[in-house]
Ligand binder design. Structure first.
Ligand SMILES: [Zn+2]
Length: 402
């Protein structure tokens, strides 16, 4: 994909509010303006009425307008917002501060009439350390948060802002186990030789501030079941979920039996009905494109999805190199029976809730103003997700004209 470029001028038409209807406009559903607290960035959910906005009792700030907004505030006008409908969004302090408002003379207007707005995407399976330039490319192309599912300990301290990153650190694996003898020799795996050592390794990773634990379950040498159960027990004690690289029937089955929470990939070997059922109340990350989009994997994901398993969009980025919402993964998800809306949810609201990115995943009051502007309706044409015409992260335009 063409690399995103940082631009501050828009293809979109921006201008002062004089060009749009004012107070007496036709937005019958216009809502009262909230008055964010400048000190905190504000929870405008309860909002103040405009009549109280300048009252000394509410602590007005000289840095804000008389409506309580900063000079950076803008209204996104005329777009169809995924999960919300055709509503204007008022953006300030990097977040959505009101939905369904009409523009006033106080804020800049960004006209997105006829465009479609979706929340910034979350890729639940990446390896940033494997592709150091990738983080900036992701943020500029619409991926605003990721789960990095294996990296050396030294990578935990790297700041990838504005991209938001959760980490597992190194996989916990057997002595000489995957990936130590292949691509992960340089710190991507941490060998453990007993259940006690495995539990101790979880403790050390927790102290290193990881947000999840990863284990590879493969052909020998690999972790035994007692070690996997010790890892799951230690991780769950700290509220950490355990992700397994388990591509075949045997290892997907024992991952479930040992209490693992998430399949880090859709398995590429056919799963039995028993194993599919064992995973129906759990979670799987798609990564279909990274494994060649095989018919067997497509069937596994279709069967898991139909049984009710939670599906997260993920690409193995780092091993794969297509930035943005990957067209190959969209094609694969469509082949596995997903429709456009369910693809958007697998990359936005579902991982936001599952991973705990509580201020991402939807475009509601109080959520971050991180979103893609699209030319087509992603529910009908999900491939439009790979070609945003603008990307905003925390209320800032980070790319346009991709
Ligand atoms: Zn991976």
């Amino acid at each position: 994909m063409q690399r995103a470029t940082l631009l501050v001028l828009l293809l979109l038409s921006c201008g002062r509010a004089r060009s749009v209807p004012q107070e007496a406009d036709t937005h019958a559903a216009a809502m009262p303006r909230p008055v964010p607290s400048p000190a905190t960035g504000g929870s405008p959910a309860t909002g103040g009425s405009p009549a109280t906005g300048g009252s000394p009792a509410t602590g007005g700030s000289p840095a804000t307008t008389d409506a309580g907004l900063s000079e950076a505030a803008f209204v996104l006008v005329g777009g169809s917002v995924f999960g919300v409908g055709k509503q204007n969004l008022l953006v300030d302090h990097g977040q959505i501060v009101a939905v369904g408002v009409s523009a006033t003379a106080s804020e800049r207007v960004v006209n997105v009439s006829g465009r479609y707005i979706v929340p910034g995407f979350i890729d639940s399976h990446v390896h940033l350390a494997y592709y150091p330039d990738g983080a900036a490319e992701l943020a500029a192309s619409g991926i605003v948060a990721v789960l990095d599912l294996a990296a050396p300990l030294s990578a935990l301290s790297v700041d990838h802002a504005p991209l938001r990153v959760q980490n597992t650190g190194p996989m916990l694996t057997a002595t000489l186990g995957y990936p130590l003898s292949s691509w992960g020799a340089a710190g991507y795996g941490l060998p453990v030789s007993s259940p006690a050592a495995a539990a101790a390794a979880v403790e050390s990773l927790f102290k290193a501030s990881v947000q999840a634990i990863k284990v590879p379950l493969t052909a020998a040498p690999t972790l035994d079941d007692a070690s996997v159960r010790a890892i799951v027990s230690a991780a769950h004690k700290h509220g950490l979920k355990v992700y397994a690289h388990a591509l075949d029937e045997k290892n997907a089955a024992r991952a479930a039996a040992d209490g693992v929470d998430v399949l880090a990939h859709t398995p590429t070997e056919a799963l039995s009905p028993e194993t599919l059922n064992a995973w129906r109340t759990r979670t799987v990350i798609s990564t279909l494109g990274a494994f060649g989009n095989s018919a067997v994997a497509l069937k596994n994901l279709r069967d898991l999805h139909e049984r009710g398993a939670r599906v997260l969009y993920g690409t193995d980025f780092g091993n794969t190199r297509e930035t943005g919402v990957q067209s190959l993964e969209i094609t694969a998800l469509l082949s596995a029976g997903f429709d456009g809306a369910s693809i958007v949810r697998a990359g936005t609201s579902v991982p936001a809730e599952f991973l705990g990115f509580t201020d991402l995943g939807s475009l509601e009051v109080g959520k971050r103003a991180s979103f893609l502007v699209l030319v087509a309706d992603p529910s009908l044409d999900p491939h439009t997700l790979s070609q945003p015409i603008a990307v905003y992260v925390d209320g800032l335009l980070v790319s346009a004209g991709l």
